[in-house]
Unconditional design. Structure first.
Lengths: 95, 154
């Protein structure tokens, strides 16, 4: 007899924000949890080590996400200023 | 429970009938969001689970921001099998899906095949109401591997 053990559905998570987009922390957390999966059943020493590594990845991701957003804002500011919209450029620069 | 996480029974049968094609150039799959406790449009509440056979508007949330009735189109991760040398788990997954500038309260979701009569694939239970107010509502799918992917056949 051929016994096919069909079908599992994985778990999704929902990340949401109010009055604007997701924060750097939320995006970094999404990246870290997707990149490094830590099983609840992993032996404690391994789990602790994996969690420490996940924290480092999260912090590094947070830094570069912040940098990417800052650089993009700088590029947008430059284009807006070139178009003569100085006040708008200043407002974007203050974000 | 009105929304219960499950791989739909009809979907299991339809896999054997070749109804669903998860290849990257295959069918189009969508994800619709649902509310409980009369939170859906027209004050309807969702009842979704293993017995769901197709997309329904009952209990679906109202359009808001980039969320439009019927939900968003999912980006497929091509089906894969973990190993060819031993018994292994085949899996497929989707990329994360975001709705922006949206005011949403949702308790769960339905993945369905919009290419083939909106046939149901799986019900996702968020466990509690998830909300965004004029913000971003992101559904993060699990890692595409044999242990975590959204749809796995062992």
């Amino acid at each position: 007899m051929f016994d096919l053990n069909v079908g599992s559905v994985g778990s999704v998570s929902v990340v949401s924000s109010d009055n604007g987009g997701l924060s750097n922390d939320q995006i970094a957390d999404m990246l870290a949890t997707k990149l490094i999966y830590i099983s609840d059943e992993a032996p404690e020493p391994i789990r602790l080590q994996a969690e420490a590594f996940q924290d480092r990845v999260r912090n590094l991701a947070q830094y570069y996400i912040e940098l990417a957003r800052k650089e993009e804002r700088a590029s947008i500011c430059a284009r807006v200023r070139e178009a003569g919209q100085h006040q708008l450029a200043d407002a974007i620069g203050r974000l | 429970m009105a929304i219960a996480q499950a791989m739909c029974n009809a979907f299991k049968k339809e896999l054997m009938l070749g109804t669903h094609n998860f290849a990257t150039n295959g069918n189009t799959f969508k994800l619709a969001l649902y509310a409980e406790s009369s939170g859906g449009k027209s004050s309807t509440t969702a009842t979704l689970g293993f017995g769901t056979t197709a997309f329904t508007t009952t209990g679906e949330i109202a359009s808001s921001g980039t969320y439009a009735t019927g939900g968003g189109t999912l980006t497929k991760v091509a089906p894969s099998v973990a190993s060819s040398t031993s018994t292994a788990t085949a899996f497929t997954d989707f990329a994360d899906l975001s709705f922006t500038t949206a005011t949403i309260t949702a308790m769960g979701a339905l993945i369905y095949n919009s290419t083939n009569s909106n046939k149901a694939v799986a019900v996702l239970d968020f466990s509690s109401n998830k909300t965004s107010t004029s913000g971003t509502f992101t559904i993060q799918f699990p890692t595409a591997d044999a242990s975590n992917a959204i749809i796995r056949i062992a």
